[in-house]
Design a protein around this ligand. Structure first.
Ligand code: NDP
Length: 289
């Protein structure tokens, strides 16, 4: 029976460290890290995410500025707002909550953010920087997943890592980070042949598929470390539940360690957003300690 990796506990400890660091930045440098959060439209899940992010900022002493815009906001108005935030020296991080309404071009909007304030790490420049091993602001979910892996395993050098999923926000940056850690990395996706056999090679298996309980226990190498990024809302026996992309019940019988859903990668994502915001604020002021 494998260990359950306590992502929530790790995220709470990281948040506490950041709270202390934010206090010190205020006291020693008169600097309050600040993130601007931009939300367009009325998607209920997005409003919940933004509210949670703002709440977490308050807990850590990070300033947050909310821009909740109507669903019919024009591209010109949104780009003008981002341009203002880019030039506002009091704002260190800019987050545009995705998805955007269909009439807005997500790539164009994201790439308007200056890379120094791109705390989601989604701009082309930060994506490229990560790919060539010069990363600064790294996407939060893969960054949080890597922190959990290093906490669990220490040195990852030489381990076989399989990432199932090749999205720009999770799978690809996760693979880049693992490669930087000297893992031997395989990226699997919907066209991969014999996925169970590919997964069985993995010392580290990262599931970012978006399919409830897709990866089965008998696809897992005994003793492997499993990071379940998936967040799937399902209804089961009349109850709404959150489940991952891994079938937790069968996987924990085989894995050495596994993240639960909820309470695994999810809390790390928001903690890493705070981490990136503090890093961006420090970088803007040339603070290196
Ligand atoms: P995407 O839908 O963008 O990507 C899913 C990936 O899974 C694609 O690369 C797709 O392959 C692959 N895939 C789909 N079906 C199969 C299959 N049958 N076999 C193998 N691969 C398959 O999802 P995201 O990367 O955005 O998210 C993945 C999961 O992570 C979701 O559950 C999402 O909710 C969750 N998530 C969680 C976060 C957190 O904070 N914990 C943050 C972000 C996401 P192909 O490219 O070939 O289509």
């Amino acid at each position: 029976m494998g260990n359950v990796i306590d992502g929530k506990g790790f995220a709470d400890r990281l948040s506490e460290q950041l709270r202390v660091e934010v206090d010190a930045l205020k006291a020693n440098h008169n600097l309050t890290p600040c993130i601007a959060v931009v939300l367009v439209g009325d998607d209920p899940a997005s409003h919940v995410y933004v509210t949670n992010k703002v709440k977490r900022c308050q807990q850590l002493g990070i300033e947050s500025r909310e821009h909740r815009l109507p669903v019919d906001t024009s591209a010109e108005a949104l780009l003008a707002l981002i341009d203002n935030l880019n030039h506002d020296a009091g704002v260190h991080g800019i987050l545009v909550q995705l998805p955007l309404p269909k009439h807005l071009d997500e790539n164009a909007v994201i790439n308007t953010i200056v890379p120094e304030k791109d705390v989601d790490g989604f701009t082309l420049l930060n994506t490229g920087a990560l790919a060539v091993g010069q990363s600064r602001l790294v996407p939060c979910t893969p960054l949080g997943s890597l922190m959990l892996l290093k906490d669990q395993l220490g040195d990852l050098s030489g381990l076989n890592a399989v990432v199932v999923g090749r999205s720009n926000i999770v799978g690809k940056p996760m693979a880049s980070l693992l490669l930087q850690e000297n893992c031997t990395v395989t990226i699997a996706h919907s066209r991969t042949r014999d996925l169970p056999a590919v997964c069985r090679q993995a010392d580290i298996l990262v599931a970012a598929v978006g399919r409830p309980r897709f990866i089965q226990g008998d696809w897992i190498k005994p003793g492997a470390t499993v990071i379940d990024v998936g967040i799937n809302r399902i209804e089961e026996e009349g109850r709404k539940r959150l489940v991952g992309d891994v079938d937790f019940a069968s996987a924990i019988e085989v894995a050495g360690a596994i993240t639960p859903v909820p309470g695994g990668v999810g809390p790390m994502t928001i903690a890493c957003l705070m981490y990136n915001t503090v890093a961006a604020a420090k970088a803007a002021h040339g603070i290196t300690d």
